[in-house]
Design a protein. Structure first.
Length: 115
């Protein structure tokens, strides 16, 4: 089992920045990919960004150039630096860890961006 704990969410005005963190614990060996998804009220969960063991990253088109995902393997932690936040970035941000073929989710952290 892998446990994930997110932190760093909050409320900001448009144009502001936030940094999210997700710390993994438990059976963290062989976690091959970590990432962030988000879900707004009434919407489906959508990909924000992922990073694999080789630090290859993948971003949703809507966040490219504004968000940066990074990973500290020694700390089993993934970060999401979010700049130039917009109201449409509002939602619950959930951390994902893929270990072998299993996906593990955190509880999520709320990000609210006001105009």
């Amino acid at each position: 089992q892998v446990q994930l704990v997110e932190s760093g969410g909050g409320a900001v005005q448009a144009g502001g920045s936030l940094r999210l963190s997700c710390a993994a614990s438990g059976s963290t060996n062989n976690i091959r990919l970590m990432g962030w998804y988000r879900q707004a009220p009434g919407d489906q969960r959508e990909l924000v960004a992922t990073i694999n063991n080789s630090s290859v990253t993948n971003y949703a088109d809507s966040v490219k150039g504004r968000f940066t995902i990074s990973r500290d393997n020694a700390k089993n932690t993934v970060y999401l630096q979010m700049n130039s936040l917009q109201p449409e970035d509002t939602g619950v941000y959930l951390c994902l860890a893929m270990r072998y073929a299993l996906g593990y989710w955190g509880q999520g952290t709320q990000v609210t961006v006001s105009s």
